[in-house]
Ligand binder design. Structure first.
Ligand SMILES: *Cc1c(COP(=O)(O)O)cnc(C)c1O
Length: 393
């Protein structure tokens, strides 16, 4: 059925009208290859340059430090593999966390098979990495630390400045996957002191299949995509001009009223959390109560399967997500929820509702109203819940 109530902005976002409008000419009228010297090619090159400037401005970086990629996953792969292979003479140890996106975790697993050693830091019950744990994990042969800025499942925002500071003190390269934080947090690469940062367009109302990697000038990194001389000889392939143009516009729009955006979403988020937790018993918020993304709600419902919840919500026109097994395509529940100490049962019963620029207060009311009877109905079918109810009475 057609979804009327979209609560999965962390999965992807619709392209904004203004963004699409700026992209359209670059599919046909201004189709020229940015690498060519004639007029129509130059128009493409100029547009790419403008997009680069716009993105640099949102991160307080230099334009020359922004490199376009095919999305967040490529940026993560490039940062981690590129630094690992370029700094192999210095060491083979990498530090990351247990709650990273698969684009980081699977890249680290690959590097382990290639002879690198990886430490996966634990997190506390809120999903926070401890600075002491990071200090203790650093060895003489540590060449890279990669810790995500904000988690895509539970929304927890890490103390990135402190973590990057520890890396800097030891002269270790620091990367952060900021795909979720971008457009939801004020990010200043100079103030934070980070060396590499991954972002993606489709999480901020831009098109899919385009992203960027910020690379601090002087960072030793190999290329991931070999071929032509695009992106200052560091990432081959004819530029995705319409995508890059859309990304630039989306980034500019995301930071035009960032404080207002954060305030509005935080209000809606807390209303949704309170509404669910106070109205429905045996529920628990996952992630940190305040150090969390403005649009992230993640709640575990005891005695319920996430899939069943998602199917029932879909019938009411609500699109959401779960850390349960089937939705992740594997038998195990979310690695993020289990890393925060959740039992498999509670992880299976989790629901993620993520809000964005088109979320309204009415939609929040609608979800709260629909959720209660759905949860009651599903629990009434659960033998585990029978026992609990029996005791309560
Ligand atoms: C979505 C996401 C990615 C992957 O980005 P794509 O552009 O979809 O490849 C990486 N990291 C995080 C935290 C994400 O949320």
């Amino acid at each position: 059925m057609c979804t009327q109530f979209y609560f999965d902005y962390a999965a992807t976002t619709p392209v904004k009208k203004e963004v699409l409008e700026e992209m359209l000419p670059f599919f046909n009228a201004d189709f020229g290859n940015p690498s060519s010297i004639y007029n129509i090619g130059r128009r493409g090159k100029n547009a790419v340059d403008i997009a680069r400037d716009r993105i640099a401005k949102t991160l307080n970086s230099k334009s020359e430090e922004i490199f376009f990629t095919g999305g967040g996953s490529e940026s993560d792969n490039w940062a981690i593999k590129g630094v690992a292979f370029a700094n192999r003479d210095k060491g083979n140890h990498i530090i990351t966390s247990k709650i990273e996106h698969h684009a980081v975790l699977q890249t680290c697993k690959y590097l382990e098979r290639e002879g690198f050693e990886v430490t996966y830091l634990s997190v506390d019950k809120y999903g926070l990495v401890s600075t002491d744990d990071l200090k203790n994990a650093i060895r003489d042969n540590t060449i890279l630390i990669s810790i995500m800025y904000a988690n895509n499942e539970i929304g927890t925002i890490q103390p990135i400045k402190e973590l990057a500071g520890i890396a800097k003190e030891k002269g270790i390269i620091f990367h952060t996957d900021a795909v979720q934080a971008y457009g939801n947090e004020i990010i200043d690469v100079e103030d934070l002191g980070i060396d590499l940062l991954s972002v993606s367009a489709h999480k901020i109302y831009g098109p899919k299949g385009v992203g960027a990697l910020y690379i601090r000038k002087g960072t030793k990194i190999h290329k991931l995509i070999h071929g032509g001389g695009q992106e200052k000889m560091r990432r081959a392939g004819t530029e995705n001009t319409p995508g890059i143009v859309g990304f630039g516009k989306a980034a500019e729009m995301a930071y035009e009223n960032i404080e207002e955006h954060i305030e509005r979403l935080t209000g809606l988020r807390d209303k949704l959390i309170d509404g669910i937790i106070t109205k429905i018993e045996h529920t628990e918020l996952n992630g940190h109560p305040t150090k969390r993304l403005p649009g992230n709600v993640n709640i575990s419902f005891e005695f319920i399967e996430g899939e069943a919840l998602l199917l029932s919500l879909d019938m009411e026109g609500i699109a959401a997500s779960s850390g349960s097994a089937c939705t992740s395509g594997s038998l195990n529940p979310s690695h993020v929820l289990t890393a925060t100490g959740l039992t498999h049962e509670k992880a299976h019963g989790s629901l993620r509702l993520t809000l964005g620029d088109f979320t309204t207060e009415d939609e929040i009311d609608y979800v709260i109203e629909k959720l209660q009877p759905i949860v009651n109905r599903l629990r009434n079918m659960s033998p585990l819940y029978e026992n609990v109810r029996g005791k309560d009475e």
